[in-house]
Ligand binder design. Sequence first.
Ligand code: ADE
Length: 254
Amino acid sequence: MTRADTPWRATILTLYPEMFPGPLGLSLSGDALARGDWTLEARNIREHGLGRHRSVDDTPAGGGAGMVLRCDVLAAAIDAAAVDAATGADDPRPRLLMSPRGRPLTQARVRDLAAGPGALIVCGRFEGVDERVIAGRGLEEVSIGDYVLSGGEIAALVVLDACVRLLPGVMGKMESGVEESFEGGLLEYPHYTRPRDWEGRAIPDVLSSGNHAAIARWRRAEAERITAERRPDLRDGSVAGQAGSRSITGPSRS
Ligand code: ADE
């Protein structure tokens, strides 16, 4: 359980609530959901739609292709969802809007979200949402990468997966997440297991040496090499919140 035995609480606002929990109902996150370490509520924005057809979108002001999610409809959906379950008081959870236009999600932001009370996540569809509701309801736009998905639902699943695995007890006896990619501003070093030789490729000798200091040095050097090759932006601190100085020695999970 999270702080004060209150589960981490996720609310999703979407036009496709059937997409949830989806893959999060399985494995680590599914077990944690079943244990009550976190809760998930997927609410249909269309319940706040207008008229006989429960319409949620309209044509863009100024013309152009596609449809825009109406601010009044989305605001009504947010207002109905953003209520503290126990007390009815104002909801303290951050409100995210999944959007390719958002700030890129980082492991640092994931850690902050996981340490908080939960998240209310709005999934956009269509061309976008009416800009006024973003400021009007304090939405933080978050992107999971520089590509365009057909909606925010899969992006919301990514955010939830990244957060839930960091909740206390969810990874169990496995590593706490301190020694994995992005922690300490480095990508992870390579992993090996049996067999020792496979198709002419051997496990690096140092890993069988029993010399823990040498193994730690090798892993550090490999992590630095891989990071320099693939993601020099992580090391030079240009990716916000990634730089740090944690040790990357010892076994880990990616
Ligand atoms: N919705 C569509 N594309 C997205 C992206 N890259 N990140 C977050 N939400 C999205």
